[in-house]
Structure formats: C-alpha cells, structure tokens
Design a protein. Structure first.
Lengths: 248, 357
C-alpha cells in the first residue's frame, strides 16, 4: 500500500520534471519521457539528457522538489471484510519456511542448522534487496523463536534492559539461510510488487516449532523456545510414558 | 547515552611508576566484609584492556579519581617457560594471544579453550589475562545503568544495603564470571602480585578468591597482578572445560565447569578435581571426589557420579538472570562432558533415558 502511495507521489514529481524539460527544449510536456536511465522526447529522438540534468532543470524552475502521494484500498476487492486498523490490503504476500534443527535432549538447547524460505513478494523490483529482506526477516523470526523475550522480573523491571542482557543471536548462532523469491505480478501492487517487509518473518517461528516437534515430539507453545522449556516438554513426555521421537 | 565520569589518566612507563600511582589507594589487610565498601570506592583504578572497567564506569558503578593505564608497561606480555616447565603468562598478554599460543596447545588445551570462549573476538583482543583474573563480580542487579538500579533501590554491592538476590543477605553474592580463573584454579595456577611497600608475593589461585562479591580477591589496594603461572602437566594429567552460555559468543558464563586430574599408567583415575564458576563470588571446588574417582576406570558412570556430587554441592542463584533450576540441572551434564572431553572419550548417550513408546 505504501508502495502505491510512493508511486503516486513520484508520478506528480515526474510531471514537474517533464514540464521543466519541455520548457528547455520547447516541446510539449507530454512528449517528454523518462526511461532506461535517460530523459528524452518523442519529438526529436536524437535529443536526450541524464536524469540528473533533468532534475536540475526542474529544481531551477520549481525549487526543491517534494510531493505527497496517497493510496486507498479499492472498495471492491474484499467484499465486506475490513482489517483491524488500516483497512484491508489489496494484496497479500505469502511465505513458506522450512527449518532444520538439532535438539540437544540433555541440555534442551535448540540449534537451528538451516532455514529455507520462499517468499511471494509480487514482482521483485530489486531481487538482491528482496533476498536481503527475506533473510533479515527470517533472522528476526529465528531470534524470536530462540532468544528474544520481553520478560519482567518479580521486581517489575525488564530482565533485558541492555544489549548484553536482551539476547539476540550472534553470527555464530545463526543458521544458514537460503532465500527463494517467488514472483507473481499483482494487479494492484506498484509495478506488480507486493511486499518484502516483515511478511517473511511470521512463518519462521512456527517452522522452527514444527521442526522441534518433528525431532523430539515436543509441542512448544510459549516463546522463546528456551532450553528449560524444551526439557520441561521432554520431561512431560517421559512422564506420560512416551519416548521422544526418533529414539526407539 | 552512558557518558564516562570525569577522571585523570596516568600512563606509567615502568612497574615502579605504576605502583607509585597506585599507592594513593593506601595498603589494607586484604578482603573482609568490613572493608568491602572502602574497596569499592578506592580512588585509583588500573586499566589494562578496559573491557571490564569501561562499561562499569559508564554504568556509574565506580568512584574513580585516577585511572592508571598499564599499556606502556614493559615486560608484562607473552608466554614463557619458568622453573620445572611451568608456563608464565604476562598479565598484559591479550586473551586472544594467550588462547592461540602454541605453548598451551601441547600442555593445557583446556586452558586455551577456556580463554577462547571469553566474550567475542574483539573483546579477546583488548582484554588481558590479568584483567580476566581481576574481573569484577557480576550480578543482574549490579551490572545495570544507574537509572535501572535507582528504580529498584540500590543494592549491597553498590550504594545500598539490601541484597536483591538473597533477601536479608549481608554478603554480596555477585558471580565470579571469569572463564580463565575457573580453569586456572583447577590446574593449580598461581599469580604474582607486586606492591611498592611489600614487594613481590605469589598467591595460589585456590587462595585468590574471597567469598564476598564486593571484594572477591585477595589483591590489596596497592598491588598489581603482574603474571599468572600454570604448572607443567605431570604424566597422565588431563583437563577439560565446559561453559554454559546462551549464545556462542559475547555472553559471560551461566555456569562454568573446569575439571582436572591425573590418570594412572593403567588408565584408572588417580586424582580428579572439579571447579565450578558463575555461582557466587568465588569458584567452588567440589569436595569428596577421591572416594568416587580414585582407582576407577574412566567410564560414563563414574563421570555421572562426579557430576551428581557437583550438583549436590553447588546452588546457582538468581544473580544471573537465567533460570537457576535449568543451570543447576546442567551441572552434571557439563561435568560429564568436561571429563569426557579431557580424557578424549565420547561424551556418551544422553543422560535422559528414553522409555519405550
């Protein structure tokens, strides 16, 4: 949605650039195009300039360039459903995570070895950045799954008030990430894009939870999956007379 | 932002200059509960790598007038051999250098491993072996900003009279959190101390620690730790180190277990020691191990019995903000793994016995 608003704002700016270039070249504004890293006009295909030169012309004419864009969800895409605060989005991203974990059944320590993640972000306008976003979000989910915790001591003070005590995984703790972009061209998105913000975060946590269940048969429902909770789950399983999965 | 307080920095070029600067602290009779507060507020502090001192200054934990920067002191870096093959480590040797020194690879790889698990790479380059032995005790109620501590009410270790860990406690139970010290106690290491007034003395690491978190070593206010020494391994000697931590870097130990001992020529155990760190103000040596270990073959059953002895004698506290019950439960696991590692044996199957489905 923000992408569409940005697009709207940029199109207003583009009009000013077209006007300024048209005035300099004495051609109609609608004939000025900005594409492929150049600025030109249909009226004279031999004439082009760099976008920087075009923006200098526009700034000379209009002063500092700034504009505001907006976007609202089309009314006809979701029927009666409206989201909680910002209304329904016209397009949703989809993510699948696959996690491989080792669980130390003596200490309860969960070691995430690798996470594969596929994210449908609409059209990937900048695939390198999209992959970075996917990996970053997956890391955030992984960190929430294993370490991060908003906990308060009995005294009422936060137990992690510093970067030493509020633990997030270091590079040594991180699994390998393998990000896959699944492109779809969304009719409502800016140039077909949807999002690669925190969408790729959400399923990171349940994928790790499912991998732990697959490894030891313990279903964890409280974050983070701290070793003490893993051991408590194993103890409960044992009390029920069941072995952990994978050990006969 | 956590600004540093104002203080004067002096950079002595020799040990005697450094000792002169330090003599303004005055001498004292060693650690007692009575002089613990005076110790906390001594005006002259030593700076080696600064990895402990600087964050503590930023948290407003110390009253400092003068910081004596030891960086320019000659002859306190590197590893050398002393009498009967003992290794001597200069106090200003960086932890990174000590951890990678070839002298330890063939003698005490467990000590190199303990140093190698301290903090992270950058901190190991800055931090020193001597500083690690003098590391201030740590507590979840102490190593916090002034705002945080004020909100709760200051504690026994600094500015207050109450202990938040042990209600009604009069002794500070902040945790000895040095990886190097725990291992060096188990190996029978010593430290060399110098003062202007009394010259040199050598203290065994077993006698180095006092059970008071405000002042947990016997170093006097006018002394500098110049060297650590570790004896050469006797035939059949072994050592192992296991550190419990939340992450594979940065974190102080949630529990540290150093084991050492000797095996007889027939492969049975002759002696065994277990030293546990990150409990209270001093590392705890587990006692009564002779009956469990002597003349026993090194099996997982024996290691498990040794681990059980450690679990019974050690009681993790809430001075470290990670579930003390889990830390307690990890003690026998770490002991068994440390012995297995020390003797080159497989760590064995999980202690949690599976039951048939």
């Amino acid at each position: 949605m923000v992408g569409n608003a940005a697009l709207d704002a940029c199109r207003k700016l583009k009009k000013w650039v077209q006007e300024a270039v048209a005035e300099a070249w004495e051609v109609p504004a609608h004939s000025v195009w900005l594409a492929g890293g150049r600025v030109g006009t249909w009226q004279d295909t031999a004439r082009t300039m760099t976008p920087a030169e075009a923006f200098v012309l526009a700034e000379s004419k209009f002063g500092t360039l700034g504009s505001v864009g907006s976007y609202n969800t089309p009314k006809d895409v979701h029927g009666a459903y409206r989201g909680g605060t910002i209304g329904a989005s016209p397009a949703y991203s989809f993510t699948a995570h696959l996690a491989e974990v080792d669980v130390d059944v003596e200490t309860g320590v969960v070691d995430v070895k690798k996470i594969w993640v596929a994210h449908d972000c609409g059209r990937a306008l900048n695939p390198t950045l999209v992959e970075g976003q996917i990996e970053g979000s997956t890391y955030m989910g992984f960190a929430e799954a294993l370490m991060e915790e908003q906990a308060y001591s009995p005294t009422g003070l936060h137990t992690g008030p510093s970067l030493l005590d509020y633990r997030i995984p270091t590079s040594l703790d991180c699994p390998e990430f393998e990000a896959h972009i699944v492109e779809s061209v969304d009719p409502e998105g800016p140039y077909g894009a949807k999002e690669a913000g925190e969408g790729p975060l959400h399923s990171s946590v349940p994928a790790i939870a499912n991998a732990i269940y697959d490894a030891i048969g313990v279903r964890l429902t409280v974050l983070p999956f701290w070793p003490g909770r893993v051991l408590a789950g194993l103890a409960a399983r044992r009390a029920e007379g069941r072995a952990w999965k994978g050990v006969v | 932002m956590l600004p540093l307080p104002r203080f004067r920095v002096v950079r002595p070029r020799s040990l005697s200059e450094a000792l002169d600067a330090l003599s303004r602290n005055g001498a004292d009779s060693g650690p007692t509960v009575a002089n613990a507060d005076a110790w906390v507020s001594r005006p002259v502090r030593l700076l080696a790598g600064g990895t402990d001192l600087v964050p503590n200054l930023k948290h407003g934990l110390l009253d400092v007038e003068t910081v004596v920067a030891l960086k320019a002191l000659p002859g306190m870096r590197g590893v050398s051999s002393g009498e009967s093959g003992a290794l001597k480590i200069g106090a200003l040797t960086s932890i990174a250098r000590a951890a990678s020194d070839s002298a330890f690879g063939g003698t005490w790889p467990a000590l190199a491993r303990a140093w190698g698990q301290i903090a992270g790479p950058q901190l190991r380059v800055m931090g020193t072996v001597g500083g690690n032995l003098c590391l201030d005790t740590r507590c979840t109620y102490y190593n916090q900003t002034a705002h945080w501590r004020e909100a709760l009410g200051y504690c026994l270790k600094r500015d207050g009279t109450k202990c938040h860990v042990v209600p009604g406690g009069t002794r500070c139970v902040a945790a000895m959190s040095s990886d190097g010290a725990t291992m060096l106690v188990a190996l029978g290491g010593t430290v060399v101390l110098h003062s202007a007034a009394r010259g040199e003395r050598v203290v065994a690491l077993a006698d180095w620690f006092a059970g008071e978190g405000r002042r947990n070593s016997v170093i006097a206010a006018d002394e500098i730790l110049t060297e650590a020494r570790v004896p050469a391994p006797v035939p059949g000697a072994f050592a192992g180190y296991q550190k419990l931590r939340a992450r594979n870097a940065i974190d102080f130990p949630l529990l540290s277990v150093a084991v050492a001992g000797t095996a007889a020529p027939d492969g049975t155990l002759a002696t065994a020691r277990i030293v546990v760190g990150a409990l209270g103000a001093k590392p705890r040596e587990v006692t009564g191990l002779d009956a469990l270990a002597r003349a026993q073959r090194p099996t997982l059953e024996v290691f498990t019995a040794l681990g059980e002895a450690a679990r019974k004698q050690c009681k993790p506290l809430t001075n470290i903000s990670v579930d003390p019950d889990w830390r307690h439960a990890m003690l026998p696991v770490l002991v068994r793994r440390a012995f297995a590692q020390a003797l080159g044996l497989p760590a064995g199957p999980p202690v949690l016995e599976p039951v048939p489905a």
